[in-house]
Design a protein around this ligand. Structure first.
Ligand code: PEP
Ligand code: MG
Length: 287
């Protein structure tokens, strides 16, 4: 029984070929962060911050965002926590963000594009993240990146947030690691061009699959096209793992799918971030 107990919490898990897969948690609430702790997650690989904003007509204040983030981060006690900036638009409309109506919102102003168009909201969130990161290993991740120039623009706003907090003598985490999600095939294909301006990468296979196969992620009838197991999606994952020159993880649903996770591992992925409830199934296949 003691051995079963140890196996049920092992992290990393050892593959048959001797390599190690580290399990990270995707969370969006305090309860999920506590589940991540119980499941012995290496850290939070994706904290989706959309929950802070859902149904809000006005975005929450910097203080409120900071308090909400700290409540979720507390159970991690020193383990790394990847805070993703607001991923609005497409399947996640936000009432307070004035995004123009579009015919193809999945191909429109969403994710980082929407943040760069609304830089006051973006900078407020970055300030809240830097303040919440005090006494934590907090990292910041940008969603829906297409080009290096977008990252450079985001980095300038992050630097500005830091300088303003420092000027006001407000306690905050600095320096902080900045990473990107790889969800757009164009970014995956030129991954090496990002190496000098980012600290880590997480592949969002939900959107990367949608955009690679031109198949809406919310249309189940299109599942037959192959999903994340499609060789084209796996080829992009393999390329990113081989050429990123920074730590790489996968944080889409596929990371918690016992059928697909081994394929990701064979592409060179060594970090999987998924819902804590999927850990048991993943540990079982890799054991
Ligand atoms: C993804 O696209 O794989 C991802 C993790 O982000 P989200 O599901 O929040 O779009
Ligand atoms: Mg996504």
């Amino acid at each position: 029984a003691a051995r079963d107990e140890a196996a049920s919490r092992s992290n990393p898990v050892r593959l048959a070929d001797g390599s190690d897969i580290t399990l990270w948690a995707n969370v969006a609430s305090r309860a999920e962060a506590e589940a991540a702790d119980r499941a012995n997650a290496a850290g939070i690989g994706l904290l989706r911050t959309e929950f802070l904003f859902l149904d809000r007509v006005l975005p929450p204040s910097e203080d409120e965002q900071c308090a909400m983030l700290r409540a979720i981060m507390a159970p991690m006690r020193g383990r790394p926590i990847v805070l993703r900036t607001l991923d609005a638009g497409a399947d996640k409309p936000m009432p307070f963000l004035p995004l123009a109506p579009e015919q193809n919102p999945a191909l429109g102003v969403r994710g980082l594009r929407a943040l760069l168009d609304n830089d006051a909201i973006f900078e407020t969130q970055l300030r809240a993240m830097l303040r919440a990161g005090v006494d934590h290993d907090a990292r910041i991740m940008l969603p829906m990146v297409t080009n290096p120039s977008e990252v450079t623009a985001a980095r300038a706003i992050l630097n500005h947030a830091h300088e303003a907090l420092a000027g006001a003598k407000t306690d905050h985490a600095w320096p902080v690691r900045l990473g990107i999600m790889i969800e757009v095939p164009a970014a995956a294909l030129v991954i090496a061009d990002f190496a000098d301006i980012i600290d880590f990468v997480s592949i969002g296979t939900n959107d990367l699959t949608q955009y690679t196969l031109a198949a809406d992620r919310n249309v189940p009838a299109l599942a037959g096209l192959g999903g994340t197991a499609h060789p084209s999606v796996l080829a992009l994952c393999r390329k990113v793992a081989a050429e990123a020159r920074v730590p790489v993880s996968v944080c889409g649903e596929a990371a918690g799918d016992p059928e697909i996770a081994p394929l990701l591992a064979s592409c060179g992925i060594r970090n999987l971030s998924t819902a804590p409830r999927s850990f048991a199934a993943i540990r079982k296949i890799f054991d």
